[in-house]
Design a protein around this ligand. Structure first.
Ligand code: ZN
Length: 313
């Protein structure tokens, strides 16, 4: 896209004022933006030492922050969290709040199962028949393109399920430039992959080195990042802006971040990774503080997710 005409200092001052306004609205108990579709939340107990989040607690938090609907992700891999949260819990919560919660399903690809691709697809189809709209959070201690991971993507391809994956230096691992992810995106052009996690979002910058995929860099974004290259090359790549990794990717260099939001507006998704009561969520202030065209804001905050997950807003 063309160079952004906005003067950098003016933009930063403007966004600072807006961010302050956003925080004021939040402090007053009102949401500053939205309505949002949040593509990334969890229920139950996630990390040891944290209070569990109930479905009621999640919906109350959604009400307070203008979140119309939220995707609930199971966590089923030992590397994914301290306590496992099964698909059945996400399905059950969505049955109790069908207008608000969108369940995803997940199976660790190291799970024992019979009948190969057919068997795995049939296991997932049971969840789809009960309302699951996607596969995730796929947060497995294997390389992102490991043969076992590819089997999971095959089953998702059979069922038309989008895959939300986590990438860092332990889960969904890859090298600098994300060549493994590139292979996955090429192998499954009909599967929509939603990228998430430090390794994915730190790859917005061209200076990320192999071995640094668990980091949250705060330096200005260097040109030549893997994400823009992969977004150009693969129409099945989406970005889940949740968690500290997603907000940091935009906030570390607001000028680049704003241009990235506009440039990739058709395939970016608002998300939080809210998983415990009282959790600090940087996305609300961040989004309120960036001056975005109305159509870009609507796409990222809700319309892209509604289209991808086939839900109404
Ligand atoms: Zn998560």
């Amino acid at each position: 896209m063309a160079t952004d005409p906005i003067d950098r200092r003016g933009f930063l001052l403007g966004s600072l004022a807006l961010a302050t306004a956003g925080r004021g609205a939040l402090a007053a108990g009102r949401a500053a933006g939205g309505p949002y579709i949040d593509v990334h939340t969890h229920l139950g107990r996630t990390w040891n030492g944290d209070e569990p989040l109930t479905a009621e607690g999640l919906v109350r938090w959604m009400d307070a922050n203008n979140v119309a609907k939220a995707v609930v992700h199971p966590l089923v891999s030992p590397e994914s969290s301290s306590y496992l949260n099964l698909t059945e819990q996400a399905l059950d919560a969505a049955k109790r709040f069908p207008d608000r919660l969108i369940p995803f399903c997940c199976i660790d690809p190291r799970t024992s199962y019979r009948n190969g691709r057919k068997g795995l697809t049939a296991m997932l189809k049971e969840y789809v028949d009960q309302g699951a709209r996607g596969f995730g959070e796929h947060k497995v201690g294997l390389p992102i393109d490991h043969p076992l991971m590819m089997r999971a993507y095959e089953a998702c391809d059979d069922l038309g399920l989008p895959v939300l994956f986590h990438c860092d230096d332990v889960r969904g691992t890859d090298e600098a430039g994300l060549p493994g992810l590139g292979r996955v995106l090429s192998a499954f052009p009909n599967v929509n992959f939603l990228g998430h996690g430090p390794g994915f979002w730190a790859s917005i910058s061209g200076d990320l080195k192999s071995g640094e995929l668990g980091k949250y860099p705060t330096t200005k974004v260097a040109p030549g990042g893997a994400l823009d290259r992969l977004f150009d090359a693969h129409k099945n790549l989406w970005g889940d802006l949740s968690a500290g990794s997603g907000s940091n990717a935009i906030a570390r260099d607001l000028e680049f971040g704003r241009a990235f939001l506009i440039r990739r507006a058709d395939r970016l998704l608002f998300g939080t990774d809210y998983l415990k009561p009282g959790q600090e969520v940087p996305q609300f202030g961040l989004f309120a503080g960036i001056d975005l065209p109305a159509d870009v804001r609507a796409k990222v905050e809700r319309e892209n997710a509604a289209g991808l997950l086939k839900v109404s807003i």
